[in-house]
Design a binder for this molecule. Sequence first.
Ligand code: 4NP
Length: 161
Amino acid sequence: MLNVTFVCLGNICRSPMAELIFTDMVKKRGLSNSFRISSHGTSYYEEGNPIYPPAKRTLEEHGIEGAHISRQLTLKDIKNNDYILVMDSSNLFDVLRLTGGAYGEKIFKLRSFTPSQGDVADPWYTRDFEKAFNDVEEGCRYFLEFLLKEKSEAFEYDKRH
Ligand code: 4NP
């Protein structure tokens, strides 16, 4: 079992998109039983709010359904997860400030797993939700490939059933 949480600033655009995209991806691979997947925001700005409508619409255009309510990330969430995947350098800074620099070994930028690296474009400012979707989808795809290659022991149960 791997516990994975995706993190952005507001937890209404990028990280809930990542949560639902990654959930869909592992389901299609028959690996749902190997994961507990969530998302959080570094801020309390949107606490209790649903996925931002343009982000939800973009997910639906790609055939991905699901809901999420914004929650602020706590130290407990960091302790309880194996991977904390942030969307950009600003999120990384905020998460490391929360931990006082600890747990760095399980905190990654999502796109650090992709050949092109970099940040997930923030649609709150760019208004380009399609670009954010593509950045997140690519990051999730490469992250899953990394896990299948490097952490194959986590999937033994799913592979046998
Ligand atoms: P997210 O987008 O971090 O991808 O959920 C944002 C949502 C809200 C704000 C900023 C970014 N905000 O400033 O309220």
